[in-house]
Write a protein that binds this ligand. Sequence first.
Ligand code: FRU
Length: 909
Amino acid sequence: MRLWLSAILLIGILASCQERQKNVYTIGFSQCTGDDEWRRSMLNGMRRELSFYPNARLIYKDAKANSRKQIEQIKALMSEGVDLLIISPNESDPVTPIVEEAYKQGIPVVIVDRRTSSAYYTAYVGGDNYEVGKVAGLYIARLLKGKGKVIEIAGLPTSSPASARHKGLTDAFAAYPNLKLVKTVNGGWEKPIAKKALEQQLQQHSDVDLVFAQNEVMALGAYEVFKERGWGKKVKIVGVDGLPGPLGDIQMVYDGIIDASALYPTGGEEAIRVAMNILRKEHFQKENLLQTAIIDSTNVRMIKLQTDKIIDHQNAIERQQKRIDDQINIYANQSNLLYLMTALFVAAILFGTVALYSSFENKKINKELKIKNEQILLQRNQIQEIAEKAQEATETKFRFFTNISHEFRTPLTLILGPLEDLLQVKNQTNSIRKNLILIQKNAQRLLWLVNQLMDFRKIESGKIQLRVTENDMVAFLRELMLPFEYMAVKRKIDFRMLTNLRTARVWFDTDMMDKVMFNLLSNAFKFTSDGGRIYIYVELHSDELVIKVEDNGTGMTVYEKEQAFEMFYQGADSTKGTGLGLPLSREFIELHQGSINVTSQKGEGAVFEIKLRLGDSHLREEDKAGETVNWSRTYPHFVTEAPDSDLFAAPKDTALLPTILLIEDNQDLREFLQLKLKSEFTIIDADEGNQGLAEAFNTVPDLILCDVMLPGMDGLKIASILKADLRTSHIPIVLLTAKSSIEQQIAGMQSGVDLYITKPFSPGFLLESIRSLLANREILRGYFIGDESNEERSALTMSNLDKKFLSNLKAVVLSKLSDSSLSVDSLAVELGLSRVQLFRKVKALLGYSINEYIQSMRLNKARHLLERSDESMSEIAYQAGFASATYFSTAFKSKYQLSPKDYRSKCKA
Ligand code: FRU
């Protein structure tokens, strides 16, 4: 496109250059009058001559015999910027100033025919008017044989030819005393004026022999006057001009209308030739006078023949010129066409090249595309194949899950049935009863999950059938809230229904709505902290019933909201729920032609909104149950049970028992483990990861029992943090998990845990494991309390961090042993721990208090000194850091059952 435009621009520039070259010279021609044949002949002559100069053009102005008009026209030509002026002044004096001005401005001026009154012009071209008058006068004298009366019809007196011709005439007549110029009248160069003036003179001079008219039109006027008078050829007529052609005075002489005419050439061609010489800076003459001659009956025939021939030639020249012009036009058009064609050709070549290149590139791209397409097709087929296989696998899994779920139902029912019987049995111990209730609750939870899975399968396979009846939703919801009330009270949750409606009759499947609402409320309780709130709103809008479950719990992120209704999505907190409940709820609500949505923000709770259409017009006949049924709850009652506080009460005296921190989010399991462990240990519990971690630092327990899958922070993370921290690195950690893969166990061990127990586990095994871990700690202590004889130390396992800590402790204590004021505070500062942390850590690792440890180190040193030196008792007491020899002796005796003195003599013996 750009190339195309450039080509067109180039052609335009070339064409305009050509134009400019042609119009190099502009000649302005101011004609005094253009109405007579003589002037027309002058103009034709100019044009003919100009045709030989293609680079000159003529601007022609006709002043219509008006000098003022002529002055204006000359000014206009000057301001148009003409290169040269040709002027035939109407009158000499009035036109002279403007001619001088032009000349002085540097515009060359060629004066033709009539003259101005000054010499300020570049050149003059025209007949010699004096000569014309003289030649005519001499001819008249000859014609009248030197005797007779003559009337002269002169031109405009203010124009130069009129006076010059008159002068020539009178000068010629001077030699002929009998030749009388009886009157010179003003004919104004025009026939009507001339005729009128002549008529007047004839009244006085009826005996006139000849009329001399200064131009051809006035001569014709004289002829007409005489003709009108019926004078025939009585008065002779001599004119001026000698204009050829049928309307010229040569024809008039030829026809005998007038007797003779003095040739006065127009000089059109000559004027142009002189002008072009001036413009082209070639040689020219200032005065270019044209010859004159008499045309009369003696030579008119020949002259007419010649002038006719000239006219023919001129016509031929004009025709040729026209042809040339046509040819030039054709040439110009063709050269433009040629430029255009050239440009088109160039463009075509360029476009062709581009097209060729593009087609080559296209072919290449197409080839690549084809290969890519083939690859994509192949990949698509592979993906399709994989998808089909995945679909098949999912199907198989689903089928397996459904089948196995189905299989679970029977044994679960067989567990639940006998359990109910067992629970009926009277006089059971509290402990047995509580265990039975725990079994029942968990069996029911399992059954609930299995049922959910099967519901989903039914929906997937389109086998679920809606069975709607018209029921009071308000009453339905109130009843549904009952089982949650115990938990609400226990966890101090503000749980209530907010509605203006006393009843709200809607068509719904009670079983499905029961599951939906139970699920929404369970979720609300799961994600709302103790002391929070859960409100159920029931509102009647124009054609629908809106139920909202609003909580101020943990809320959801945008992503969690988007995924909430997706199957198996469990949110960030994967420990709460199966990911089945919400998708199932949506399916159930959509079966009702209703909608369920959630609005929530992280940290600001959530609102689940269900919309059910009023009336039954949107439901199919087969969706209706046929009769109103009373609903029966299908959800498990595990939320309803109040735990027996007696059973979970802590043992009375726990001060001496080792402390276990239990981090477990499953309330039932937590309570079960407390029940199992409380007789031997003091239990501190936490149901969330971060809380568990904080408790570990706060309480520095003797052992931590921790689930792997936890809300907040998982067990592996907790273990790795605690094991890397000096304050807690010594605490044995037991991880409990349902994930039994080897990788998980390796990860657990890598995080520094001491034991990894997979669910389901035997409570007895767990108890034994805890006992043995704590016993191992006891064995550990020997080495670090300085009892070097402890042979078992090499078999001990202790983290590097703890070993390093104990070595440090030992080194610091040994270096300061002689300082009797060595205190726990100064040691804690030295070791970078708090007083309490140092105390607990030393106690946990060594079983001693820090003071007991220092004491034991002092006694050890003293024992060495007693064995290997002869220093005095008070010296030894001082070196070992005892404040006095007496205190040293008492302390030594209480540990080794010998006084220091006795010990030394026994050693030396
Ligand atoms: C034409 C004309 C001629 C005459 C000349 C004098 O207008 O009248 O016939 O010779 O002008 O200027």
